[in-house]
Write a protein that binds this ligand. Structure first.
Ligand SMILES: Cc1cc2nc3c(=O)[nH]c(=O)nc-3n(C[C@H](O)[C@H](O)[C@H](O)COP(=O)(O)O)c2cc1C
Length: 164
């Protein structure tokens, strides 16, 4: 009997957007079993057992969460043997977003990934603290929560990953 394909989606989400996107991706993947791992609370002790690994994060103050960076660095040799997908949720587009992506994932990991994408963003004012709310209002001009999850980009991201 053929072994079932196993996918791990490893993410951190401050106000829920990356988690939402991770769940959408999990529902779109056709093949095998998918495990969602929230790096801020779940322990990963079986990273080697995944055939496919997707790492997702969001950008806050121009950076991805340091736990995600640490995960990538300490498991680099394993990640470089897997079918790998990388995605970010962030507000920035164009040049600034590329800079943020390059800063989030090291070059060898980016080059190895079969699918990489920016999958949109949200502002969830009800989940922000006072300072975050004030900052976001100032830098973005938004005063109410918005959802700009890029469903088309998610479709493309999953398709690229499944081609491999
Ligand atoms: C306090 C704060 C700072 C942010 N800083 C950035 C930033 O520097 N660059 C960017 O592209 N997006 C920034 N964003 C937008 C987030 O990346 C976006 O809200 C994303 O959907 C958050 O996903 P999460 O809820 O999964 O953490 C910021 C959002 C907040 C609330």
């Amino acid at each position: 009997m053929q072994k079932e394909m196993k996918t791990g989606i490893i993410y951190i989400s401050k106000h829920g957007t990356t988690e939402k996107v991770a769940r959408i991706i999990a529902n779109k993947l056709n093949s095998g079993k998918t495990v969602l791992i929230n790096l801020s609370k779940d322990k990963i002790d079986d990273i080697e057992t995944f055939d496919r690994i997707i790492i997702g994060g969001s950008i806050h103050m121009a950076s991805i969460h340091k736990k995600t960076k640490k995960l990538c660095e300490s498991n680099k040799s394993i990640l470089l043997t897997k079918n790998l997908g990388l995605f970010l949720c962030c507000m920035e587009k164009s040049e600034k977003s590329i800079e943020q992506f390059e800063n989030a994932f090291s070059e060898d990991i980016r080059k190895h990934a079969s699918s990489s994408a920016l999958l949109g963003y949200e502002y969830n004012f009800d989940k922000m603290n006072f300072f975050e709310r004030a900052l976001v209002k100032k830098i973005s001009g938004f005063k109410e929560s918005i959802s700009e999850i890029d469903h088309e980009a998610i479709e493309g991201f999953v398709n690229e990953l499944e081609k491999k």
